[in-house]
Design a protein around this ligand. Structure first.
Ligand code: HEM
Length: 410
């Protein structure tokens, strides 16, 4: 038997699988089976390949796992707790492609991380903050012209993060529409496999051309900066792809689902509208409450004890970010969206060595975009009943596929 395999097939079969369906009565809440586990911070779980592993739902246990280098992020060591969206037969993961440092451990991971952390400078983030405000206004202008009923995902939640990634990477203005079209297909839940594969190739080609252009003629952006580092051409292209993949869908879904959550909690919505100074803490609370990037997987490199339980070498640990962010010991009354609470310490950006590199950028985007949206459309509301909003329930990043909204025209 390979490491991590169970010798007791009956026991494995009796174990629960990861519950994935968010509550039907409230699309923002974790599956009821998950929150019911709050007095048992970690427990055994059955994986897709029949192996046993672990599920972590407690906030302290989640932090312990994510900050412990004895847990690996290498994709090829992970077992899957649920089938991959659209690829039900896949049970094993491939090693990280070149440049994808999310799937590497120290010291390989550290090399990328050091290089990149140095490029997310305060100056660059400040510069980007100014651009967010301008882009947001442009999106709101376009909404106003198209309205008073629009899809907020298409006109607001997607374009803002996409334009910010273009700024970060230095995608020339002339190429942005082409670039965004490919990227939209790549992340479109409804797009078929062939269209996605074509878009994936197109984005790869685009990134290759972009890196070559930055080498020939560097401009003031992160990708140009990286051309003077020791990263190879292939690594640079990979890093560009990772920033795109990690920064786009996440932020877009926070903006879409976040707006839906605010519209569903009118008291919170009016508190934010009345005092835009609450924007930053609203963003933290929405990150906690929605936990769109979930779960995070790690594999034990050796036997490790966590909160009195022994995780064996080779076993996969599924850290449920949504459950940890609703742990009542850390966040009292966790199922309440309360923009007045201090939600700091949430795990929506992960924790430890892989904690989100783009979190400051994501925070700025949201802290600018939400108040600007509410200020421009004070009567903003859903254009369909809440249960008709299509949810991304079969994707790595949770959110809404579209969000039909409307407002009163003056
Ligand atoms: C890592 C969430 C926005 C770039 C992560 C991780 C989470 C996360 C949970 C940790 C994954 C793990 O431990 O395996 C989010 C959320 C976002 C967001 C919820 C939006 C609200 C962004 C943006 C960028 C970005 C805007 C880039 C511009 C990255 C990168 C990593 C990462 C590069 C990998 C870091 C590493 O492995 O060292 N993010 N992210 N993210 N994120 Fe984000």
């Amino acid at each position: 038997l390979a490491e991590g395999a169970t010798t007791d097939a009956t026991a494995a079969e009796e174990l629960p699988v990861l519950p994935t369906d968010r509550r039907t009565d409230c699309p923002f809440d974790p599956p009821a089976e998950l929150t019911a586990l709050s007095d048992e911070p970690l427990r055994r779980l059955r994986y897709v390949d029949g192996r046993t592993g672990w599920l972590v739902t407690g906030h302290a246990a989640a932090r312990a796992v994510l900050s412990d280098p004895r847990f690996s992020a290498r994709y090829e060591l992970l077992h899957l707790p649920t089938p991959m969206p659209g690829m039900d037969t896949v049970t094993e993961m491939m090693p990280a492609p070149v440049g994808d440092f999310l799937g590497l451990d120290a010291p390989e991971h550290t090399r990328f991380r050091r290089l990149l952390t140095g490029k997310f400078t305060v100056r660059r983030m400040r510069q980007l903050a100014e651009r967010v405000a301008r882009f947001t206004d442009e999106c709101l202008d376009a909404m106003e012209q198209a309205g008073p009923t629009v899809d907020l995902v298409e006109m607001f939640a997607r374009p803002i993060p996409a334009l910010m990634i273009c700024e970060l990477l230095g995608v020339p203005y002339a190429d942005r529409d082409r670039f965004q079209e490919h990227v939209a297909t790549l992340f479109d839940q409804a797009a078929d496999v062939t269209a996605k594969a074509e878009a994936f190739e197109a984005v790869g080609r685009f990134m290759g051309e972009l890196v070559a252009a930055k080498r020939a003629e560097p401009t003031d952006d992160l990708l140009s900066d990286l051309t003077t580092s020791d990263l190879t051409e292939e690594e640079l292209i990979g890093v560009g792809g990772v920033l795109l993949a990690a920064g786009l869908d996440t932020t877009a879904n926070m903006l879409g689902l976040g707006t839906f959550a605010l519209l569903s909690n009118p008291d919170q919505l009016s508190a934010l509208s009345a005092d835009p100074g609450l924007a930053e803490q609203t963003v933290e609370e929405l990150l906690r409450y929605l936990s769109v990037a979930d779960p995070i997987l790690r594999s034990a490199l050796e036997d490790v004890e966590v909160e009195g339980r022994l995780i064996k070498a080779g076993e996969t640990v599924t850290v449920s970010v949504q459950a940890a962010n609703r742990d009542p010991r850390k966040f009292p009354g966790p199922d309440r969206l309360d923009i007045h609470r201090k939600a700091t310490g949430h795990l929506a950006f992960g924790h430890g060595a892989h904690q989100c590199l783009g979190q400051q950028l994501a925070r700025v985007e949201m802290a600018v975009a939400f108040p600007a949206l509410l200020a421009r459309f004070p009567t903003l509301r859903l254009a369909v009943p809440p249960h008709e909003v299509p949810l991304r329930d079969r994707a790595n990043i949770y959110g809404v596929i579209s969000l039909p909204v409307t407002w009163d025209k003056e």
